[in-house]
Design a protein around this ligand. Structure first.
Ligand code: HEM
Length: 220
């Protein structure tokens, strides 16, 4: 068996892939959030559209997008495999009786929260990137965002998804550091603090965007 086959088939190898791709996606969220702040600029979307145009035409960014897709796919596949591996390794009765004692609510909810975030992601990428870039739907990217968040159901689903993204990030962030062996008496409190802060602040800031458009806070 080659080292690569070993890496992707062993439980520790899969945890490693889950952690490394998770941290990569965590850094993507910071970049995505920062760019999206341009939506709040009172210029009728001019700066945001210029940014969106740059992101969809720059060759380097397009190349990095491949990494993003691969990162998401690996994270999802390995996450599902680990879920079933853990489920199979634990006798049902034992796990049920001791669920609270053995693991936090967030860790037991990783498959559930991840599943909803995945549904969000498919819907999200379709609504903006695919409809604008592939299907050539009329209007600028800013127009698409503005129109999408006039729908209460679409906006409501985003808010729910951001809550669950927070749950997912809260456990995922800490778990990744645990996998990399950085958990010890010295680092644990700091990692716990950083992951909880990230898991609250980032989804909360994302959630302000649909709410801003739904309640027309920009006033145009
Ligand atoms: C809730 C506030 C959010 C808004 C307003 C927003 C807005 C957008 C827009 C307008 C695009 C299209 C960009 C383009 O093609 O030029 C996009 C793409 C994307 N978004 Fe978001 N986003 C939000 C949250 C998120 C979250 C929380 C995630 C991940 C969990 C995410 C993941 C993505 C991905 C993967 C793409 C495709 C990237 C690409 O086209 O290269 N977004 N987003």
């Amino acid at each position: 068996m080659s080292w690569f086959t070993k890496l992707i088939t062993s439980s520790i190898g899969q945890k490693f892939i889950s952690g490394i791709t998770g941290l990569f996606l965590i850094s993507f969220l910071i970049v995505h959030l920062s760019g999206n702040f341009l939506l709040f600029k009172a210029d009728n979307g001019e700066a945001f559209n210029a940014y969106s145009h740059f992101m969809s035409t720059n060759m380097l960014i397009r190349f990095m997008e491949i990494g993003l897709v691969v990162g998401f796919l690996l994270h999802i596949i390995v996450g599902i495999k680990l879920y079933f591996l853990n489920k199979g390794a634990r006798p049902v009765n034992y796990a049920e009786r001791n669920a609270n004692a053995n693991s936090s609510f967030f860790s037991r909810f990783m498959m559930g929260s991840g599943g909803i975030v995945l549904i969000f992601l498919v819907l999200h990428v379709y609504t903006f990137a695919i409809r604008h870039r592939v299907l050539g739907v009329e209007g600028t990217m800013y127009d698409l965002v503005k129109i999408a968040f006039q729908d209460p159901i679409y906006t409501g689903f985003y808010i729910v998804a951001m809550f669950l993204l927070g749950f997912h990030l809260n456990h995922g962030f800490q778990s990744a550091f645990q996998t990399f062996g950085l958990e010890g008496k010295k680092y644990s409190p700091l990692i716990k603090f950083l992951s909880t802060a990230y898991a609250i602040i980032v989804p909360l800031l994302f959630a302000t965007m649909p709410l801003y458009f739904y309640f027309n806070l920009g006033g145009n």
